[in-house]
Design a protein around this ligand. Structure first.
Ligand code: PLP
Length: 391
């Protein structure tokens, strides 16, 4: 027997449970309407909040950067991979976020893997919201610190758990800013208060907050007016910025330290000049105008109202992330397939991305969506919801 035969059994089990992910192929650029597996569909599942993925300014910045810097860095940041563009992006991101300094990474996932083990280690304790993103969970595991999970968005539970902790340990509280599968917002002011009371460091992952929350999309710290109160902010350049990359914002000592100790910074090649230049153009666009952020919110209110009127359960969302809760993973898959047949691309999400029994269609709204299309899509959801007995 082949030692890898167990994989076949695992795949069969996933299929039977309705958990086998159907990976579709996109043909062409991201946008409101895209071609998927040969079919033109209305796109409701990309993180392209502001339509930057195919924005002409970002594209021409990337093209110019390729002419000036070539296609690849051919080095990690600490050896020969740091260009003037990387430095410019980090300077502009710091100004945008109202932070003293930033350091960029290859992705948000890498940023979490870099920062958490650099800050805590064996003998320290991390308090982590139970619905935190997988990259936070993996960063915590890599650190070997003790991990204490607190109830989702529940400051009272966090306070109870931190009160029980032995004194003398370094303590780090970590939360997603906007929860990627729920769309709700972390109670950051309470978390900061608890951190101050117990001498803990606060870390927030603002992946789905920047470009969305705060003035002109400056993120969750700006939304709650907590500038300077959050020790570590994590960002991605792959959601609202719609390029690729991640970063940490904080004080200068933190970013200097991560340049020495953040392992993905030291041991994995730098992001390409084209990506970095496109990110700079995204920051410049957001600094120049908040029109796209306002458009995103107008679309969000419009679509979510229509879905609520139809009777869908959208959970606790407070942001453009719109979970259409279905429960059973197989029904969620069937719902997604029927949407696709009708010309709507909205993927079903099941375990392990969300807990078992909490499968959903996660709709991601964008400034690029048109009103008529959103109204039409809500109508299709309602029709299928009735057919499948969800409504
Ligand atoms: C909260 C959160 N953090 C980090 C990430 C990872 O970001 P990236 O795609 O840039 O690696 C994601 C993406 O899904 C996320 O939702």
């Amino acid at each position: 027997m082949n030692k890898l035969d167990f994989i076949t059994e695992e795949l069969v089990k996933l299929k039977e449970a309705g958990l086998l992910i159907n990976i579709r192929t996109i043909e062409g650029p991201q946008g409101a309407w895209i071609t998927v597996d040969g079919k033109k569909v209305f796109n409701l599942c990309s993180n392209n909040y502001l339509g930057f993925a195919n924005n002409p300014h970002l594209k021409s910045a990337a093209q110019k950067a390729i002419e000036e810097y070539g296609v690849g860095p051919a080095a990690v940041r600490t050896i020969a991979g740091t260009t003037t563009l990387h430095k410019e992006l980090e300077r502009k991101l710091a100004l945008f976020k109202g932070a003293e300094s930033t350091i960029s990474f290859q992705s948000g996932f890498c940023a979490n893997l870099a920062v958490i083990p650099a800050i805590v280690r064996e003998g320290d304790t991390v308090f982590s919201d139970e619905l935190n993103h997988a990259s936070i969970i993996d960063g915590c595991r890599l650190s070997k610190a003790k991990i204490v999970r607190y109830e989702h968005c529940n400051p009272a539970d966090l306070q109870a758990k931190i009160s029980d902790e032995k004194r003398g340990r370094r303590m780090l509280i970590i939360t997603d800013g906007v929860f990627s599968m729920e769309g709700d917002i972390a109670p950051l002011p309470e978390i900061v208060r608890i951190a101050e009371t117990f001498g803990a460091i606060t870390m927030v992952d603002d992946a789905h907050g920047e470009g969305v929350l705060g003035r002109g999309g400056r993120g969750i710290a700006d939304h709650f007016n907590l500038h300077g109160k959050v020790g570590i902010e994590v960002g991605t350049l792959s959601k609202a910025f719609s390029v690729v990359g991640g970063y940490i914002a904080g004080n200068k000592r933190l970013t200097e330290y991560l340049a020495q100790r953040g392992r993905p910074f030291l041991f994995s090649s730098a992001v390409t000049a084209a990506d970095v230049a496109a990110c700079i153009a995204a920051v410049d666009t957001l600094v120049a105008s908040d029109a796209l952020v306002r458009q995103l919110w107008e679309n969000t209110v419009f679509y979510q109202e229509k879905m609520k009127q139809a009777g869908f359960n959208l959970g606790q969302t407070k942001t453009p992330i719109t979970p259409v809760i279905i429960g059973d993973a197989k029904i969620a898959r069937e719902f997604s397939q029927r949407l696709f047949d009708e010309g709507i691309f909205a993927q079903a999400i099941g375990y392990p991305t969300v807990p078992i029994g909490k499968a959903r269609i996660r709709v991601m709204l964008s400034a690029a969506h048109g009103r008529d299309d959103l109204a039409w899509a809500a109508g299709r959801f309602e029709k299928i919801g009735k057919v499948l007995g969800i409504l």
